[in-house]
Design a protein around this ligand. Structure first.
Ligand SMILES: [Zn+2]
Length: 440
């Protein structure tokens, strides 16, 4: 029997950027959206009675949020060592599915994990899809592909890169090609490149950690196997090289050269700014014991990013939204929608455009735009019922009390109150970026 749900009388923001539809009804059949109409305009083919009708007068319905940058395996780590070494794969995997339910309950119905320790993101995705645990839909990467001296090559060379680390060292093109094939064999959706070199931290005009040929090798191998590619790229030369190599989106682009905006535009390469981690350190770092020097570094980066991205947005570069959830300054379930707020507050985007970035644009970048990311017929009914108008106050997206309901695939997501907490165990701890989690 078909299961039919109707949400009636709401203001509907469909995620595509179209103007909100007032007094709208959304009809869901077997978990997918069958039709959307304005009061009094019910389509002739949508007449059968609904099993359940949710009256949503005065409420706004938007697509479930998609966080394009959530590291589900990092466990709110305070240091590189906590993320990369402590805990172990068994613990990280169990912890990840536990944290994924918090992400879903906060209104995030899909996320991309662009860089996992071990292969945790893939297993987390599969466990949720298999019905074993509640959680968002997951678009999963494996370990970052990294060359010596690259961004994620944190540890001294005499240690190398531990197998548990977020990155995997690939010294040659052959190794890079082989690692992409291995990751695809292990069922990733996405290949993540750790593009910046550490040399760029002190000499911003230095080269990325890959040559153009190496980047092309990674991108061509991944695309040939039907996988998307993204890249950590704060610095201008990395952003430009990545766009030329054909990556599907660039992450950060904090110091991008405005002269390269045309490169991104021509290729329609979106930017996922991922500001929340940086902004949290700038705005709250002192409260949680972040090193003052690191706060200064992050402040300079945020200022540069805002300046560059305002120009990119004005030029029409597509924007995605990702929070960098998973660190001690971005605990799961608390900061995902902060990125959308920052797009409004810092980048000057209209709330409707920022919502599109955090829904439709993210889905499109994953190749999921026909499945999720907008409230159009045929898509899964992943949606939020909001007690408020995000166009008037974008902060409603982060306010648990004003998120009246979360639906995934047409099913109401049960939410625990209060949000579950846990004690961090000795084997997952080292010394800290901050002394306590930055709870909101
Ligand atoms: Zn990240």
């Amino acid at each position: 029997m078909r299961r039919i749900l109707e949400i009636a009388g709401c203001t509907l923001i469909d995620g595509t950027g179209r103007a909100p539809l007032p007094d709208a009804t959304l009809r869901v059949v077997d978990g997918r959206i069958a039709a959307v109409w304005r009061n009094g305009e019910r389509p002739a083919d949508q007449q059968g009675p609904a099993e359940q009708v949710v009256q949503a007068q005065g409420k706004t319905v938007i697509p479930g949020l998609i966080d394009a940058h959530c590291h589900i395996s990092y466990g709110e780590g305070k240091t590189a060592e906590e993320v990369d070494i402590y805990g172990g794969p068994e613990w990280a995997a169990v912890r990840a599915v536990w944290n994924a339910q918090k992400v879903l309950q906060s209104g995030v119905t899909s996320f991309c994990d662009p860089g996992s320790t071990w292969n945790v993101a893939v297993s987390c995705r599969d466990a949720i899809n298999n019905g074993m645990f509640d959680g968002p839909r997951v678009f999963a990467a494996g370990r970052h592909i990294c060359a010596d001296g690259g961004f994620a090559d944190y540890f001294p060379s005499w240690l190398g890169m531990p197998v548990s680390a977020e990155g995997v060292l690939c010294p040659t093109s052959d190794e890079m090609r082989r690692e992409v094939r291995r990751q695809v064999k292990n069922r990733v959706d996405l290949v993540k490149i750790s593009g910046d070199s550490q040399a760029q931290d002190t000499r911003p005009d230095a080269s990325p950690c890959f040559s153009d040929d190496e980047l092309s090798c990674i991108v061509e191998t991944a695309h040939g196997l039907g996988r998307k590619v993204t890249i950590h790229s704060r610095y201008a030369k990395t952003v430009a090289a990545a766009a030329r190599a054909g990556v599907d989106w660039v992450i950060h682009a904090s110091y991008m050269d405005p002269a390269d905006i045309g490169l991104l535009l021509d290729r329609q390469v979106p930017i996922c700014a991922t500001m929340t981690y940086t902004a949290n350190i700038v705005q709250h770092g002192r409260d949680v014991g972040v090193d003052p020097n690191y706060i200064e570094v992050k402040k300079r980066e945020l200022d540069a990013l805002v300046n560059a991205h305002r120009k990119a947005i004005e030029a029409g570069v597509p924007m995605m939204a990702g929070s960098e959830a998973g660190f001690s300054v971005t605990p799961y379930g608390q900061w995902h929608a902060r990125e959308i707020e920052l797009m409004v507050e810092l980048l000057g985007m209209k709330p409707l455009d920022a919502i599109t970035a955090g829904t439709f644009n993210n889905a499109k970048a994953f190749g999921w735009e026909h499945e999720v990311g907008s409230l159009q017929p045929g898509r899964w009914a992943d949606l939020l019922v909001l007690d408020g108008d995000p166009q008037a106050d974008i902060r409603v997206l982060s306010d648990r009390k004003r998120i009246a309901a979360v639906y995934k695939g047409g099913e109401l997501v049960p939410r625990t109150d209060p949000v579950p907490t846990r004690r961090r165990m000795g084997h997952e701890r080292s010394l800290a970026v901050s002394s306590v989690p930055l709870n909101r």
